[in-house]
Design a protein around this ligand. Structure first.
Ligand code: OFO
Length: 168
């Protein structure tokens, strides 16, 4: 059974994943309004992934006899200024989430709750992938010319992201 402290930190993670999902939804809506339909599609797909992460934590809490708590989530930050800003902000959100996951790993270790420790490893691995995914996006944008990217290269990037198969 989960200790109260572990249950609390996992419940906070439910909110974090839900917030991450909102961020991707809101950036996707921004990208679409800027004409980047492919990037919007990528961000919406990712919003769904974050929701899946939230469900994964909920299911684990229930399996361990706990009670998931659904809390209010903060409004996403305001629209990005441009694509570069969008990807950078997204990356910062991911890094922030990685820190939260490490918090769970630390507490599980401290409490010798090896089941939760083991559960959290999936997220440790997932965060490596997510950070890499966004770093790759930033690289692609840089190659396209960053803030000075031509419409043509942005068009190609947008098209590629509309189709790209990202993980999980
Ligand atoms: Fe839930 O993986 Fe990103 O934040």
């Amino acid at each position: 059974r989960l200790s109260k402290k572990i249950e609390d930190i996992l419940n906070k993670q439910i909110t974090k994943e839900a917030e991450a999902s909102q961020v991707y939804l809101s950036y996707g809506s921004w990208a679409d309004s800027e004409g980047y339909g492919g990037i919007a599609n990528f961000l919406f797909r990712h919003a769904q992934e974050e929701r899946n992460h939230m469900m994964k934590v909920m299911q684990y809490i229930m399996e361990r006899g706990g009670r998931p708590k659904i809390s209010a989530i903060a409004a996403p930050s305001k629209d990005p200024k441009n694509l570069q800003d969008c990807f950078e902000k997204t990356f910062n959100h991911e890094v922030d989430n990685t820190t939260a996951i490490y918090g769970i790993v630390n507490l599980a270790h401290e409490e010798k709750d090896w089941a939760t420790y083991n559960f959290a490893q999936w997220f440790v691995k997932e965060q490596i992938e997510e950070e890499k995914l966004i770093m790759d996006l930033l690289d692609k944008l840089k190659i396209a010319g960053g803030l000075k990217a031509s419409n043509e290269s942005l068009f190609i990037l947008d098209k590629a992201l509309g189709k790209a198969k990202d993980s999980v």
